[in-house]
Write a protein that binds this ligand. Structure first.
Ligand code: SF4
Length: 82
């Protein structure tokens, strides 16, 4: 089911099978997920996807970014494009 909205490049993602690190409980550190993302071969594609294409309500850590960081990036991009 989840794969229906994930793009082709996600097949090479370093986060396969790492769900507990990427969907932390509130207040839980995300350092483990960030470390995995930093070494991911598709980090650039992922960051582009989650800040431009993907639905803003996606939760968890994506591209080494928390939900708040992704919101801030989207806002900054919108502001710079107007
Ligand atoms: S950058 Fe992080 S969230 Fe994105 S595909 Fe790679 S490991 Fe997964």
């Amino acid at each position: 089911m989840i794969d229906t909205y994930r793009p082709q490049w996600h097949r090479n993602a370093a986060c396969h099978g790492q769900t507990s690190s990427f969907f932390p409980k509130r207040g839980q550190p995300i350092d483990d997920a960030r470390a995995i993302c930093a070494a991911c071969p598709v980090l650039d594609q992922c960051r582009e996807y989650v800040t431009r294409v993907a639905a803003p309500e996606m939760y968890g850590v994506w591209a080494g970014l928390s939900e708040r960081q992704r919101r801030q990036l989207r806002r900054a991009r919108r502001a710079s494009s107007t």
